[in-house]
Design a protein around this ligand. Sequence first.
Ligand SMILES: Nc1ncnc2c1ncn2[C@@H]1O[C@H](COP(=O)(O)OP(=O)(O)OP(=O)(O)O)[C@@H](O)[C@H]1O
Ligand SMILES: [Mg+2]
Length: 407
Amino acid sequence: MSSSSSPIVVLDIGASKVHCLVGEAEPSGDCKILGMGISPCRGIRRSAVIDMPRVVESIRNAVAEAERTAGLRITGAYAGIAGHDVQAHSSRSAVAISGSSEPIDERDVQRALAAAEQAAPPAQAVALHRFVQSYAVDGEPVQNPLWLHGHKLEVETLSATASEHACTTLRRAAEEAGVTIVGFLVETVANASAILSIDEREMGVGLLDIGAGTCDLALYHGSLRHLAEIPFGGQDITRDLSMVLNISPREAEQLKCEHGGVCTDASEADEAVTFRTTAGRSHTILREQLDAIIEARQQEIFEFVGREIERSGQGHLLAAGVVFTGGGALLRNIDRLAEDVLGLPVRIGEPCEMIAADALHGPACATGIGLLRFATESAAELVPTHDSGRPGRPRFLDRVARLFSFL
Ligand SMILES: Nc1ncnc2c1ncn2[C@@H]1O[C@H](COP(=O)(O)OP(=O)(O)OP(=O)(O)O)[C@@H](O)[C@H]1O
Ligand SMILES: [Mg+2]
């Protein structure tokens, strides 16, 4: 499964479900889904494994279903990683340019990038992806240092890192389920490649993955600028409903997904919504009462998101607003509430350029699709070709190899 000409397998091990997808890159550039499996997961709290056997069981079920639908045996997969185990760290490096009569060439740029990579990630963390933030020649910021003259080239990079401990735990869980993890990918970084347009990234945009256990935020302005986790998600809303209405978590989840929303329209405010309490009694409340419980928590989550954007110092650069993904983005009118709280335009993102059944097109499957798109695109670049000896090739392979940082 690890050969680039073979289908690629990805695992999204989330707080509510494990999603396993098998796909391959089409010559058109689209990503074709060959099989998928999904299995509820109750062994993760926020983003931490709290019950390994349950996580193993979910991975095993999701992989078995993906094997059945794809008609393939799965042995290896890329795994997404998210939550508080993922962080962003910036580093700077400077290299001297010899012979000021010669302009800066590709080798100088590569030396500067290599020096930035030497900057060790924080203890017990591993760098999975690196992004150039800025270049400067003799202290003057430039967009591209190639062919400029100067004595000193500086580069600032941002690395997306994952905690070694989290990688080890996920790898062990997958191995118990019979799958070798061949690489880890930061979920919001992978998601961005499937959901954000190049224009949005250039203009400045946020990506918010609203999951069950956490919300994961990535801010782009040209390049990736900031990563953060907000330790709340859809499960918190479900828990509120369960406690306030005295209903089981299962009933609360169903009530939320079928009838829940925010910013209730006046025309539907007094619609009756019926549910069953844990005592077995049937109860009816108005839709606006149900929505008020949900909105209180969702608003609080967006306030945390807003504070995180403010803290990043990037808020004024998000001209394209924020794009939502994850199952939590399916909440009715969620974009309206978010626009009020964040003061930014919001759209619900869908993975594009893929060939898949309708069931995979919503935001709830976006992370799996994003992982698959990212892995297939990058793995395709590793195909040995007859021109693999040309000068630019080894550097590119290096870059891709780094992207995947086989741990
Ligand atoms: N129609 C809906 N309305 C409101 N919430 C929904 C709806 N559909 C799904 N959700 C919520 O989305 C969440 C699941 O989303 P998702 O599958 O993206 O989470 P996850 O990837 O398992 O979790 P995490 O990313 O936090 O690890 C659940 O909390 C679920 O209640
Ligand atoms: Mg998720």
